[in-house]
Design a protein around this ligand. Structure first.
Ligand code: PAF
Length: 304
């Protein structure tokens, strides 16, 4: 079993809950006057051990740690789960307290998108493949809210999970392209003992659906094993992943791929470093997962 939220030590003495941009800015200003580094973990709430591992990592490096909780409507498409997305503020605040978060920013939609709001941020190209192809408009919602949150908080560093692989690639690109000074940090996916990647959406799964959901991480492990053992056809790897998923009851595949770790271009031949990605629906719950793959270096190869 992965560590439960309750297992995290370090009770924080005081946790502030604020709702406005002005309050966050004031708290960050005060932290800077105290000489503290500021870290932020943007989230949509329903915090699990994956989120808390990001906050713990921020805690280790920063004197002042902020978690933002905002279920961002503009990154959900029509018919997606915006309305039913889990909202559990009291539980989230207790978890933040346990890992020593200093401040939780929970803005209203009007605070973030006041009347007259017109701007959208788009990272071209890589926003339109994989998740972007399945969820049109999703990533412009993500990059717009993330840039806003980074501008509001003006932290030294911001932490994101590698579970949303494409999202963190896009956020890094956006920050590089737009000279955002906040350093983007990513932490590995946290998994249950049986391999299921932690996700707030796992809350939608009943026992049988959860069993079916394990096919995602199994398909990724299969891809990694085939590649590490020397499979040279990425197409055969994709085919094997797809067959494993399609043989699982309740699972409908959106995509399986093995891609370049930065450009996310689908590969035909293995690279020394790649990423295998999968998206599938388990009945009505859409899940994503990924696994970085690194090939063992050839004997005598000193390049890696
Ligand atoms: O990963 C998430 O939870 C969201 O996409 C984020 C980065 C908080 C933006 O709403």
């Amino acid at each position: 079993m992965p560590p439960a939220a309750a297992d995290f030590p370090l009770p924080s003495e005081t946790l502030s809950l604020v709702h406005t941009v002005a309050e966050v800015r004031e708290a960050v200003h005060a932290a800077r006057l105290r000489g503290e580094k500021v870290g932020v973990v943007p989230t949509m709430g329903a915090l699990h051990s994956g989120h808390l591992s990001l906050a713990t990592s921020a805690r280790e490096e920063c004197g002042f740690v902020i978690v933002t909780i905002f279920v961002n409507p503009s990154q959900f498409g029509p018919g997606e789960d915006f309305e039913k997305y889990p909202r559990m503020l009291e539980r989230d605040l207790a978890a933040c307290r346990r890992v020593g978060v200093d401040l939780v920013f929970v803005p209203s939609a009007a605070e973030i998108y006041p009347d007259g709001f017109r701007t959208q941020v788009e990272v071209t190209g890589i926003s339109n493949v994989l998740e972007g192809a399945c969820r049109p408009g999703h990533f412009s919602g993500v990059t717009t809210i993330v840039l806003k949150l980074l501008n509001i908080v003006q932290a030294d560093s911001a932490w994101f999970g590698r579970k949303d692989y494409q999202q963190q690639v896009l956020i890094r690109r956006m920050c590089l392209d737009l000279n955002v000074p906040t350093v983007i940090r990513t932490c590995p996916t946290v998994r249950e003992a049986d391999g299921l990647a932690l996700s707030s959406r796992n809350a939608y799964l009943d026992g049988e659906q959860r069993e079916s959901a394990l096919a995602l991480s199994r398909a990724l492990k299969l891809a990694r094993d085939m590649l590490v053992r020397g499979e040279t056809s990425v197409e055969r790897v994709r085919q094997a992943m797809r067959e494993l998923l399609e043989a699982t009851p309740r699972v409908v595949v959106d995509y399986v791929t093995v891609a370049h770790p930065e450009t996310l271009e689908e590969l035909e031949e293995p690279l020394p470093e790649m990423v295998a990605l999968v998206a599938a629906r388990v009945d009505s719950t859409r899940l994503i997962d990924n696994l970085p793959v690194r090939l063992p270096s050839a004997p005598g190869d000193r390049s890696s």
